[in-house]
Design a protein around this ligand. Structure first.
Ligand code: TIU
Length: 223
């Protein structure tokens, strides 16, 4: 079954069985008050407004029985996969691997590294632990998508201009068509939210499409 979803720069061709919902880094340390993101002085409300739209989209996607994949940005407890450049970037007193407000910052197994309870994975939904910003770099995401016959992605999560944008660009170069629902992605910075989305759909959809979750949910309910 194939249908179209309203999107920019033009409608997105939707083949549900060949499309995965890829939820990027909806982790406690980025989204929760008192987490690493807020500790750095960021306004987490800019990200938290994406929780309800993501919840609704995830529920509809699950109800349709389609593929859901989650990602988490983070590192091994021994930090052997943390590049020195990433460790010292920002020059702050507290960086990745140090003790933070919700355990060691961006370290796998720590409370802050985990996915927020509102969007917690259920059994059967792969969780990709990624050491970089892009979800394809140094992970088995491509292998999982190939195995499941996935050709299209609906990409949501945080942050719009960092891990979402990097992942959409990586996916586009690998031949995947990506639709980004603007209400399901968030940035700490409103101007980066706007430009991060504008860059995806510019030049006839240079990296992908931008739409809204309500239109995707509508398409799920009619196909
Ligand atoms: N997931 C993700 O976007 N990681 C980041 O580090 N984002 C920032 O905006 N810093």
């Amino acid at each position: 079954m194939r249908t179209e979803i309203a999107a920019e720069p033009y409608p997105f061709a939707f083949e549900p069985a060949r499309t995965a919902l890829l939820i990027i880094d909806m982790q406690r340390d980025f989204l929760e008050p008192g987490g690493f993101g807020e500790m750095l002085g960021n306004d987490v409300s800019q990200l938290r407004r994406t929780i309800e739209p993501n919840k609704a989209l995830l529920a509809a996607w699950r109800a349709a029985g389609l593929t859901v994949i989650h990602t988490r940005e983070g590192h091994r407890p021994d930090l052997t996969d943390l590049p020195h450049a990433k460790k010292i970037r920002g020059r702050g007193p507290t960086t990745i691997g140090d003790a933070g407000p919700m355990g060691r910052i961006l370290v796998r197994g720590e409370p802050g590294h985990d996915i927020i309870p509102e969007l917690y994975p259920i059994p059967g939904e792969p969780v990709i632990d990624k050491p970089g910003k892009g979800a394809f770099h140094a992970t088995d995401l491509f292998q999982i998508l190939m195995t499941r016959g996935i050709a299209r992605l609906v990409v949501t999560g945080v942050t719009t201009e960092v891990c979402v944008n990097t992942t959409v660009r990586e996916a586009n170069d690998r031949g995947f068509d990506c639709l980004v629902p603007e209400d399901c992605v968030g940035s700490y910075f409103p101007e980066f939210q706007a430009m991060g989305l504008a860059m995806i759909k510019a030049q006839g959809g240079i990296f992908g499409w931008v739409g809204r979750s309500a239109d995707i949910i509508g398409a799920l309910q009619t196909t």
